[in-house]
Design a protein around this ligand. Structure first.
Ligand SMILES: NC(=O)N[C@@H](CC(=O)O)C(=O)O
Ligand SMILES: [Zn+2]
Ligand SMILES: [Zn+2]
Length: 436
């Protein structure tokens, strides 16, 4: 079995909170040794990691891979390439495909296709309700057996409280979290952006923060009632953050994720009717962005997830009202975390690693997420000083819809270790050009 020695990297361990320089040896898919001045045994691939941060492999708990059914937007093959290029070793695939992943057959298909690609690992999320239509429960037990790591009707909120209660009771028995897309639909009907001053100026119909907050409040109450682990997807408002903070203070099993676009941009990004900034939940106000950053720093928000939502160019190049919601996020996420959070002192390195690796793994019940001998050797190497302009034309994803095109960001992934392989994606700090 292949050995890989990473020389002189800066290890970031969210488990212990330590940051230190050392060599790290990978053997048989595990971290064999961490030490200084290690000699490479014969037949070892040596990677000069001087100037690189070594995180436990980053996991994105919220992506849309679009297969089956919407292969013109993305496929599992292109999606896992985008993941690796973005520094992620694993992704959780949302079930809003065609057909919806509401059966063991579709869940099993997504899992198997991910395995076939042999790059980033793909963990399917099963639907809560049949067709995600919110009427009848989906077969959660069968999907769990087929490899579902969580359940969600992402794209919609399960408005029927009795059905949500039953689903949460099952999910609890199956030891899987329910991931909720919190949006009370009567308040958002016809809305295309955040409700507020910018929507008024642009003459666009708004979606109020209250729609998210009502949904979060109900779901927290049902999580307490059932004992189910509730995970709030793409949290975006100050009020929703307050609700999650309060629930956590009472010891409830409630976690939350935020996307890079929500902690970076405000509703003003929509000005000029920019469909690349049309996303659900919508980009909010400066005060919301500040609240999200505070919640990342104080631990209220556990996870950074992309909500990678690729769409075809023709679909986005239409009138604002007609364009689909979604941003292609996998290939800019880590650079946004570094530029907006780490370099600005909002998160320290172990906190950033916790939100990109350890906490996502805990949510999905995956091992790893810490750097210690004997642990699974999934790693993400990052050059924190590398500056690069976002170029959607270079994306591995089919979805090039991003509001960050042309942004100069600092701190990029340079490669990952997954399935025992070292996959470089950008030049190492001390090296010339080297691409996949
Ligand atoms: N986030 C989005 O704007 N779109 C997602 C759906 C979702 O995550 O709710 C999609 O599937 O396109
Ligand atoms: Zn959603
Ligand atoms: Zn989503």
């Amino acid at each position: 079995m292949k050995r890989i020695l990473f020389k002189s990297g800066t290890l970031v361990d969210p488990g212990s909170g330590r940051v230190w320089q050392a060599d790290l040896l990978v053997e048989e898919g595990r971290i064999k040794a961490i030490d200084s001045g290690m000699a490479a045994p014969r037949g070892t691939e040596v990677v000069n990691a001087d100037g690189c941060l070594i995180f436990p492999g980053c996991v994105d708990v919220h992506v849309h891979l679009r297969e089956p059914g919407f292969e013109y937007k993305e496929t599992i093959a292109t999606g896992v390439r985008a993941a690796v290029r973005g520094g992620f070793v694993a992704v959780a695939a949302m079930p809003n495909t065609r057909p919806v992943a509401d059966s063991a057959a579709v869940v099993g298909y997504v899992r198997a296709r991910g395995e076939e690609e042999g790059l980033a690992r793909v963990f399917p999320v099963g639907a809560l309700s049949r067709g995600s239509e919110g009427k009848e429960m989906a077969p959660l037990g069968e999907m769990r057996q087929a490899g579902a790591v969580a359940f969600s009707d992402d794209g919609r909120w399960l408005a029927d409280a009795q059905l949500m209660r039953r689903v949460m009771e099952y999910a609890r028995m199956l030891k899987a979290p329910v991931i909720s897309h919190c949006e009370e639909p009567t308040l958002t009907k016809g809305g295309v952006m955040n409700e507020g001053i910018t929507a008024t100026v642009l003459g666009l119909r708004g979606m109020p923060a209250a729609a998210e907050e009502i949904a979060v409040a109900r779901d927290i109450i049902l999580a307490e009632f059932t004992g189910c682990h509730l995970h709030v997807a793409h949290i975006s408002t100050a009020g929703a953050v307050r609700l999650v903070r309060e629930a956590k203070s009472r010891g409830l099993k409630v976690t939350a994720e935020v996307t890079p676009h929500h902690f970076t941009l405000t509703e003003e990004a929509v000005q000029g009717y920019a469909t690349c900034a049309k996303v659900n939940p919508p980009l909010r106000t400066r005060a919301d962005v500040e609240a999200l950053r505070e919640a990342l720093a104080d631990g209220t928000i556990d996870i950074i997830a992309t909500d990678h939502a690729p769409h075809a160019r023709e679909e986005k190049e239409v009138e604002f009202d007609q364009a689909p919601f979604g941003i292609s996020g996998l290939e800019t996420a880590i650079a946004l975390v570094f530029t907006e959070l780490v370099h600005k002192g909002i998160l320290n390195l172990p906190q950033a690693a916790a939100k990109l690796s350890l906490n996502p793994r805990r949510l999905l019940g995956l091992p790893g997420g810490v750097l210690a001998e004997g642990e699974p050797a999934e790693l993400t190497l990052i050059d924190p000083e590398r500056e690069e302009e976002v170029d959607p034309a270079a994306f591995a994803s089919k979805g090039r819809n991003t509001p960050f095109a042309g942004w100069r960001l600092k701190g990029w992934p340079v490669g990952v270790v997954v399935r025992g392989k070292w996959i470089p994606v950008r030049p190492l700090p001390g090296e010339g050009l080297r691409e996949i």
